[in-house]
Design a protein around this ligand. Structure first.
Ligand code: SF4
Length: 266
């Protein structure tokens, strides 16, 4: 069988539970939307479009007001554009209001830290803004490794390249799944641009950015995991070859795995 095109999400799903991978990526059963995925998309799109702001009138006096206005307007626009998805979640207006306000607070937290970085630069603000403007939402694909990824931001500052991923997670915990995601990005970056990035970073939007230096081992780790999944999926597409991994993540207090009812793990 030919290799399937993988992604950090599909690989992490495979590592967590092969049966879940089978349902989602081989049988292609639909997954349900959650407020966390929808608002994640809204926040990501807001930060992506923020940098399209017209900076002609940017100055020390106007920077906070201009950025707050731009981010709020963009956030509201994005929230409205996801109206159908939000309605489909069957949540009360109060619950949606809570997530609206919480998401906006995360964006304002990001803004505060971005402005601090901007003010710390020696260049005039409009130039400093251009220097801090990252490449955004870049899709990279490796034909060799049959994997692709969407990178939130690539920052280049003083010749140092940092791949940044934004997270709306509750806890600022750089779990193994996040490390693997970032390592796959390093591999993709290296293949596209011919060299490794200097750093990878996770911006936990409730908190701050955590930056880690990149080592060659990151790419080795990514290659190993990609190889493992290709070996398995090329060899078999029989459901019984995709084991269940029954853990408390099958069903928890407020939800359950998308495939709980067909999987019947317990
Ligand atoms: S319910 Fe549990 S065992 Fe079944 S697919 Fe989901 S995570 Fe895997």
């Amino acid at each position: 069988m030919a290799s399937r095109l993988q992604s950090p999400s599909s690989i992490n799903t495979f590592k967590h539970c092969k049966r879940k991978y089978y349902y989602q990526y081989i049988e292609k059963r639909p997954t349900s939307k959650s407020i966390h995925t929808v608002r994640g998309n809204i926040v990501h799109s807001t930060l992506e479009h923020f940098f399209d702001i017209n900076i002609d009138k940017l100055s020390q006096d106007t920077v906070d007001r201009m950025f707050t206005m731009q981010l709020q307007q963009e956030f509201i626009k994005q929230w409205q554009s996801y109206d159908n998805d939000l309605r489909s979640l069957d949540m009360t207006n109060d619950q949606l209001k809570f997530y609206f306000e919480e998401s906006l607070m995360m964006i304002m937290n990001w803004q505060k830290q971005f402005v601090a970085r901007l003010r710390a630069k020696v260049s005039p603000l409009p130039l400093a803004f251009k220097e801090l403007t990252p490449q955004r939402e870049l899709e990279l694909k490796s034909e060799t490794h049959q994997v692709r990824g969407f990178i939130d931001a690539i920052e280049t500052e003083n010749g140092n390249v940092t791949i940044v991923d934004y997270k709306t997670n509750k806890r600022s915990d750089i779990k193994d799944s996040i490390k693997l995601q970032l390592s796959i990005y390093c591999l993709l970056y290296q293949e596209e641009f011919g060299n490794l990035p200097d750093n990878v970073a996770v911006f936990f939007l409730r908190d701050k950015q955590y930056t880690l230096p990149v080592h060659k081992d990151n790419v080795k780790d990514a290659m190993f995991e990609i190889e493992q999944i290709h070996m398995h999926t090329k060899m078999t597409e029989k459901m019984s070859d995709y084991e269940k991994n029954v853990t408390p993540l099958c069903k928890w207090k407020t939800g359950q795995c998308d495939f709980y009812d067909i999987c019947k793990p317990f």
